[in-house]
Design a protein around this ligand. Structure first.
Ligand code: CMP
Length: 149
């Protein structure tokens, strides 16, 4: 059992479709602890840094232009194996292939407007979270109900 942190973004399509509450509800119901949360409009510079692993791929330019096109919600959530747990809640990258019951499977039918991003490894989390959060914005507190999950 590894207590991990993961970075989650609700993308512009998720925010504009008013799915923020739905996504947070699913994270909370699972027992994940949200430790940082903000709404922001990402700069092109930050978007290119966040998605640097995709730089050079044919979809990179559209990806950066899309993620900077409107407000996003950035979150840091903590919990047991939270990286793989959240990836499971999120579902496959392509919404048209994601399983029903997952966030993308329930709300997306495309690969680009797929509602949500989540770190895929500890290395990705360590690369990603400083782009969105200053260290003091990730709060060290206990919800007090951890034993119930
Ligand atoms: P995300 O989890 O944010 O990580 C990279 C994003 O690139 C991915 O979700 C998709 O929304 C987007 N993307 C667009 N086109 C492709 C593609 N052909 N293959 C993979 N990812 C793509």
């Amino acid at each position: 059992m590894a207590v991990e942190k993961t970075l989650i973004l609700i993308k512009p399509d998720g925010v504009k479709r008013r799915l923020t509450g739905e996504v947070i509800k699913r994270l909370e119901q699972k027992g994940l602890n949200i430790k940082g949360l903000k709404m922001m409009k990402l700069s092109v510079e930050k978007a290119e840094k966040h998605y640097s692993v995709h730089n050079g791929k044919p979809f990179f330019k559209d990806l950066v232009s899309y993620i900077t096109s409107g407000p996003i919600i950035a979150m840091v959530a903590q919990g047991n194996n939270s990286i793989s747990v959240v990836r499971g809640l999120v579902g496959a990258t392509d919404g048209s292939k994601a399983a029903p019951g997952t966030i993308r499977g329930d709300f997306s039918i495309s690969i680009d407007k797929n509602i949500i991003h989540a770190s895929d490894s500890v290395e990705s989390f360590n690369h990603e979270y400083p782009i969105f959060f200053e260290e003091p914005e990730i709060l060290d507190f206990s919800y007090g109900d951890e034993k119930l999950f």
